[in-house]
Design a protein around this ligand. Structure first.
Ligand SMILES: C[S@@+](CC[C@H](N)C(=O)[O-])C[C@H]1O[C@@H](n2cnc3c(N)ncnc32)[C@H](O)[C@@H]1O
Length: 271
């Protein structure tokens, strides 16, 4: 992993993983969730976001599935409890998350069907062309070099295979922000992202979910801020990473409410 930004992102998620393990948090999702009601637990919202993505992916028992940016793999263990499938390959750059997911797959006797690779979404070269039926990407594509990722996803998918994303980007009016820093460039705008994916994919569904996601982002900011001052055993690196997630989550909640950010379910079919 040569890229400096990618290494920083991986380090950040390694910190998240080690804290979640240290505190033995039972469900280790790292997304803002999907709300059906005003009062729901954060974990319930997070699980609901994953369930909605699975539903949109129209999973079939014979499917070979790729999950990119799988976090701790929590969503894949949920998937395995809900759907039959043939094989699932996870791709993630954070070593600790990959180790945790592979270990858990062994413990849950799923390691013959689920394997988690430490490799970026932009280079899944261990899998061959036209070998995958469905690719899911839950709240992670804003970390990717999108043109490379869409190209790689299209390479892996069989004809008419689906790529389903739960994805956040800036609205078009904020395009100037994406020209400032590479991490913001990766977030992209709806128009730039769409132009990039439409080189390889046909857009099947594009569903805005700002209304269903802002509460979870707000809840995340609140919980993290609350716990930052309670928990004394963080290393400084972990503390700083969680503090910056609290600030980002608050900004995302405001961005979703004011519609400066767009959170969408995106269902794409390979051309
Ligand atoms: C916000 S978390 C989402 C985790 C999970 N999908 C969930 O919903 O709980 C983003 C994930 O994307 C991973 N990630 C970031 N950049 C990546 C890349 N270039 N390739 C693969 N995974 C990446 C991170 O390590 C992290 O696991």
């Amino acid at each position: 992993m040569q890229d400096k930004l990618m290494m920083q992102v991986a380090e950040q998620y390694n910190y998240f993983q080690s804290t979640l393990e240290k505190f033995q948090k039972p469900q280790k999702y790292l997304n803002y969730g999907y709300s059906f009601a005003k009062k729901e637990s954060y974990e319930k919202r997070q699980e609901q976001l994953c369930r909605e993505v699975f539903r949109l992916a129209r999973l079939q028992p014979q499917d070979i599935i790729v999950d990119v940016g799988f976090g701790s793999g929590e969503q894949d263990f949920l998937l395995a409890s809900l759907y039959p499938f043939s094989k699932l390959h996870g791709f993630n750059i954070a070593e600790k998350q990959v180790e945790y997911a592979n270990h858990r797959a062994v413990l849950e006797n799923l390691n013959d069907r689920m394997v988690f690779h430490q490799a970026p979404a932009e280079d899944m070269s261990m899998l061959t062309d036209d070998s995958v039926d469905k690719i899911i990407a839950i709240e992670c594509a804003f970390h990717f070099d999108r043109p490379l990722f869409y190209q790689e996803a299209a390479r892996l998918l069989r004809k008419e295979g689906l790529l389903v994303l739960a994805d956040v980007c800036f609205i078009d009016r904020l395009r100037f922000l994406t020209k400032r820093k590479r991490d913001l460039q990766y977030v992209g705008t709806m128009t730039t992202n769409r132009m990039a994916w439409e080189e390889y994919f046909q857009t099947v569904e594009l569903i805005n979910i700002n209304k269903q996601t802002w509460r979870g982002a707000q809840q995340a900011a609140y919980y993290i801020a609350l716990n930052l001052f309670k928990i004394k055993t963080h290393t400084f690196g972990e503390w700083r990473t969680w503090a910056s997630l609290a600030i980002t989550s608050q900004m995302v909640a405001i961005g979703l409410l004011t519609r400066l950010l767009s959170y969408d379910f995106i269902v794409l079919k390979k051309k």
